[in-house]
Design a protein around this ligand. Structure first.
Ligand SMILES: C[S@@+](CC[C@H](N)C(=O)[O-])C[C@H]1O[C@@H](n2cnc3c(N)ncnc32)[C@H](O)[C@@H]1O
Length: 288
């Protein structure tokens, strides 16, 4: 449904403003019906949404599909290691929660040596509050660790010892050094170029959080920062799946290759044939 997303994100008027001052948002005809109802369906699951979080879009389900395919491959591999899934910019928690919910279906395939850990980060405390409420709604609050962080800057996490099977426990920056797990990053960072924001549909620019839309000058700034953080932390994901703007295919591939020269980079189209998903696979990963 990229078409819907494109129309929701591209049409419109002046810079985002809560322009209907004096009138409660919900009385505004442009107020998104998903916020009005208070929930949305994503990956066949119900998610609470408020104007503190982006309304999950159907094309983002493709990221969940890709992540689950990869997890399925790795958990059933004889060489399987623990898997760490990072959802960067979790918003309502839709990606992390959909993955967590569907992992239980893989338990029959899973090698006994393999555990899947999920961390979801967001810079917005308000978004994290909604994400945690959604995790609770689905009985997954103890399965996902939510961290307020500028991308991965506050990532202080290590996998629990195998035999202990304890809850994730912050122990320092070990995640940077560890090669004892397969790292999968799934992310839908803001990617609208700043100059295009005034032209988004009113229902988007007036009501969805600017921090969830604004990708900086060319729209790719947050991805660049994420790549730089990964390199600085010595993290070389086995797989990175990122949702990108339909104009960013070439830019995304070139930039990812610059930061990760040995990775296999691909840009996939969504159902509306728009370039939408960047995948970066670490070819040197021995378990691949
Ligand atoms: C496009 S929304 C995606 C939300 C949700 N993951 C989804 O797919 O529907 C981007 C999210 O990234 C968060 N975000 C923006 N800048 C960030 C940063 N520097 N570090 C972490 N999260 C950030 C926003 O608060 C927002 O929740």
């Amino acid at each position: 449904m990229t078409a819907r997303r494109e129309s929701r994100r591209v049409a419109g008027g002046a810079k985002r403003s809560r322009m209907h001052a004096g009138k409660p948002s919900w009385q505004d005809p442009e107020f998104p019906q998903q916020y009005q109802k208070g929930y949305v369906e994503f990956y066949k699951l119900k998610f609470k949404v408020t104007p503190d979080v982006l309304i999950p879009r159907p094309e983002t389900e493709l990221l969940v599909d890709a992540a689950l395919d990869c997890i399925k491959y790795y958990v059933s591999s004889i060489k399987s290691k623990n898997i760490l899934v990072l959802d960067v910019g979790t918003g309502s928690g839709n990606i992390a929660i959909s993955i967590a919910k569907n992992i239980s279906d893989l338990s029959g395939l899973m090698q006994p040596t393999c555990e899947v850990h999920i961390i979801a980060t967001d810079i917005s405390q308000k978004a994290l509050k909604i994400a945690k409420q959604n995790a609770k709604l689905h009985g997954l609050l103890d399965k996902i660790k939510f961290i307020k962080s500028n991308l991965l800057s506050r990532l202080n996490y290590t996998l629990p010892p195998k035999e202990g099977r304890v809850n994730p426990k912050p122990l320092g920056n070990e995640v940077a050094a560890s090669s004892a797990y397969t790292l999968i990053i799934v992310t839908n960072l803001p990617y609208i170029p700043a100059a295009r924001i005034p032209y988004l549909e009113s229902s988007v620019k007036n009501f969805e959080p600017l921090i969830a839309l604004d990708g900086g000058e060319d729209g790719f700034e947050l991805y660049r920062k994420l790549f730089a953080q990964l390199v600085k932390k010595g993290l070389n994901p086995t797989l990175l799946i990122g949702e990108i703007d339909y104009t960013h295919g070439e830019l995304a591939a070139l930039t990812a290759q610059k930061y990760f020269p040995d990775a296999e980079i691909e840009v996939k189209k969504d159902l509306a044939h728009m370039q939408r998903i960047l995948t970066m696979t670490n070819k040197s990963d021995s378990s691949h």
